[in-house]
Design a protein around this ligand. Sequence first.
Ligand SMILES: Cc1ncc(COP(=O)(O)O)c(C=O)c1O
Length: 474
Amino acid sequence: MGSAVGMVCAKKNSDCTGTIVLLSVSPLQRRQGIGKFLVSHVLEWFFKEGIRSVTVATQKENTSAVGLYGNCGGIECCSSVDVHLWLGEDAFNDPENSEIPNSRPFMSESGKHHAKQVLETGMNHTHWQYGPKCEKLLEEELGAKKCLLTTSGTSALELSALAVGCVAGDEIIMPAFTFVSTAAAYVNHGAMPVFVDIRKDTQNIDETKIEAAITSRTKAVVCVHYAGVSCEMDVIMSIAKKYNIFVIEDNAHGLFGTYNGRQLGSIGDIGCLSFHYTKNFSCGEGGALVVNNANLVQKSMIAWEKGTNRYDFLSGKVSKYYWVDKGGSFVLSELCAALLYGQLNSRDNIQQSRLYAWNFYHEKLKSLEDGGKLTRPRVPPGCVHNAHIYYIRLKSVESGERLAASAKEHRIGIFTHYEPLHLSAGGQKFAKISGKCLEAVDCSKSLYRLPLWVGISHTELNKVVQIILAALDG
Ligand SMILES: Cc1ncc(COP(=O)(O)O)c(C=O)c1O
């Protein structure tokens, strides 16, 4: 009998989780793929047994072990001693025949644990403990004056309209290439969106075209950090200062991305976040208002609590709360906040896993960019992105149609993104346009988003790249 070169001990627990108790490879046999062989087999066994959550007895600091386990799906570290793995649904399915969606929400084990606690204790009060915990974490990370969790990114934008005091006749400058909520939120409060074209390289508002859109009615400029890559904030902030207008960052995409070392969402007067299930950090539906301008804190808190001073009541400053100003029902439920808290605490691992996929596409598609078939995302100097979206811009409508047809045939979620808002029925009814916005129109036809989520497997990434190469090469 030959001598053992390695061993793995695994345990299926009664709560449908798994534990890898020991992984050991003989010192003489290391770096030959034996560890990977053993781990892949044991994870495959777990997967067949219906287990999606695995604890590994290794240290978070042991980066080579964490990397090895990480090859099998998304990783989440819940403590300094254990590594908790999340097994990607498709990691062990037949890669030839399974669907590859455009995005897939990541559900952290700690989030589930917190949510269970809310359910078991019955403390599903508004803003009990997880809401304030998420807000504190975001305030500290972003350096914000105040952070308020909301029911969605859309409601955070609506809240920002109330916070800056939007009234009928106000004009709000924004890019023509964005989600409908960026515009509708201000229209709902009487203001008129003014669309400006986007930059060809980042798909962000073209900062050189903002000044021409400013009138005596301009209240604010809203900048959208598309795909988590920052707008040119220094220029935008100095224009806003010159004309005394507010800057609102629609940071639905870019949480934990940075601009010259500053967190996105923390630079303007207000930042709006989304925790929709397609975003890097999600709780199904959710969002947050990040208030950076101290003068807007009080008004934001009143509007957030249905137009009352309930916030002062909860902190014991007043004995009763009453109606003081405009407001709505914006506060996120405690159950959603519990899920979100788990995700925010796993931020490094979520980012790492997404970045792996983003970099994979970026490297593999370089030859197509060099060959003039497409352009890849550009991240300007000073910007650090958060791997929210990997997109390509194709050179012709025909090549896009070819790619879309092939992706559909292979059940791969490769999709275009926003329709230009100035051409929409709502845009024509409620908004006006500054300049021609031709780039926004072109971008709506030529930009395609590739599948990207925590735990997307190597096989899946490769399959996406092969489809693109086949559709565009030649
Ligand atoms: C740029 C932008 N702003 C706002 C929103 C709205 O966020 P939510 O879906 O959380 O309401 C989205 C949603 O995808 C978005 O992409």
